[in-house]
Design a protein around this ligand. Sequence first.
Ligand code: NAD
Ligand code: ZN
Length: 258
Amino acid sequence: MSEPTLPPELVEALQGVRSVGAITGAGISAESGIPTYRGVGGIYDDPEEGHSTVEALSGPTLLRDPDRTWRAVAALARHTIDATPNAAHHALARMEQALERFVLLTQNVDGLHRIAGSRNVIDIHGDVLATRCTSCETRTRLTRVELAALDATPPCPDCNAHLRPDAVLFEELLDPRKVLRMQEAFYREPPDLVLVVGTSAMFPYIAEPVHVAARCGRLTIEVNPEPTPLTNVVGTSLRGPAGVYVPLLAAALGADGD
Ligand code: NAD
Ligand code: ZN
């Protein structure tokens, strides 16, 4: 089989791109060994397990039975304990270096974009290693090893109340400051290219910036091995793994690997 390449007309269109807004989901970390929720190999492959995990990772469960939520977070952390950024994370970090304007909106809570060197990151669902106290102002960070080992709610080091993950759980509201940053980055002056990678785009606030960019005549590209609700919205759908296509896109934008 021949090496995947980008369509020549796409490469040509990418020459004029000065600003990129990238939007990523769990699929970009799949090649780092972190299971997605939906899609092949995702935890929803077993719907009962998927449903039970989502319930455990919800705001109402955190209030009722915080130990259950923390155990579910710890179980997910055990999947990610050795995960490192893959070629797609690195390629997005290079794009940021090469372009005048770059913003990355991610739904992932695994921290791999920052480890890869991305700086202008809106982690709209937070970071799973960050915690905050449910009673005082204390914020702390856990190591991946500490998080993976938890089997009950960790106490606040200052007041001993319950800590909670500083991440947005299911049925919880987004951080309004991050929503504002996202709106500024994607709506005020949409980037020349909006690139969506590895997300099933189930959340309206993830799909909407892509609709807006398409309506404004910007370039829109999706990278995903499977079709999604955005497939018919974007100008180009690259049907394959992020680790293959995102480095090709970075190279076409003048952000070559070493
Ligand atoms: P999702 O699990 O709903 O969808 C994953 C998408 O990635 C699917 O469309 C799938 O086809 C695609 N995909 C699978 N392998 C891929 C690859 N190699 N390259 C490119 N795409 C690939 O994930 P989502 O849309 O991010 O939304 C679900 C929620 O799950 C989010 O809230 C997110 O916070 C959370 N989540 C995060 C992580 C993480 O931090 N790594 C992991 C699982 C779930
Ligand atoms: Zn406290």
